[in-house]
Ligand binder design. Structure first.
Ligand code: IMP
Ligand code: MG
Length: 171
């Protein structure tokens, strides 16, 4: 497999710092719960929370879209729910990438039904070309073309999540 670097570890670190500053300003005096979507978001989330300078709690959810293809199937299944009650609190959902938008819109709706004070979304990567929903993420690291990417949490058949950069699979 050929992999070309799209975003270096330095590019990512710089942008994550900027997002952390923006989020820190927006969540002053809020009751912030950062919700990472397993497994893809773990690397981004662990870097991001260390750049957020307001008090927060972390929790996780896990979803799966059926099948092991490089395109999401469109069917979202909840594999793990929150441990934390979010009623009246300010939720920031953290995802690795928004593609069709089906995962994030499903999760946003589910979380909204629990009466939080607010639900916002942060994604490291945005592939706007493939959107099938009207969800617009509140915080976007990088907007990228419709190419399959790996690394920094993103996998191809469960592998390559540990790469410190975002790479494009070229063959
Ligand atoms: P969505 O529901 O179509 O927005 O898909 C979001 C999920 O699809 C992400 O959380 C990833 O798990 C997966 N995904 C979409 N594009 C890529 C990619 O380029 N590389 C790896 N995973 C991807
Ligand atoms: Mg994912």
């Amino acid at each position: 497999m050929q992999v070309e670097v799209m975003l270096s570890a330095e590019d990512i670190a710089k942008r994550v710092r900027e997002l952390g500053e923006e989020i820190s300003r927006d969540f002053v005096d809020k009751d912030l719960v950062v919700v990472g979507i397993l497994k893809g978001a773990v690397i981004f989330m662990s870097d991001l929370v260390r750049e957020i300078k307001v008090p927060l709690e972390i929790d996780f959810m896990a979803t799966s879209s059926y099948g092991a293809s490089t395109k999401s199937s469109g069917v979202v299944q909840l594999l793990k729910d929150l441990d934390t009650a979010i009623e009246g609190r300010d939720v920031l959902v953290v995802e690795d990438i928004i593609d069709s938008g089906l995962t994030l819109s499903y999760l946003s709706q589910l979380l909204q039904s629990r009466k939080p004070a607010s639900v916002r979304t942060a994604v490291l990567l945005d592939k706007p070309d493939r959107r099938q929903t009207d969800l617009v993420p509140d915080y976007v690291g990088f907007s990228i073309p419709d190419k399959f990417v790996i690394g920094y949490g993103l996998d191809f058949n469960h592998k390559y999540r540990e790469l410190p950069y975002i790479g494009v699979v070229t063959e």
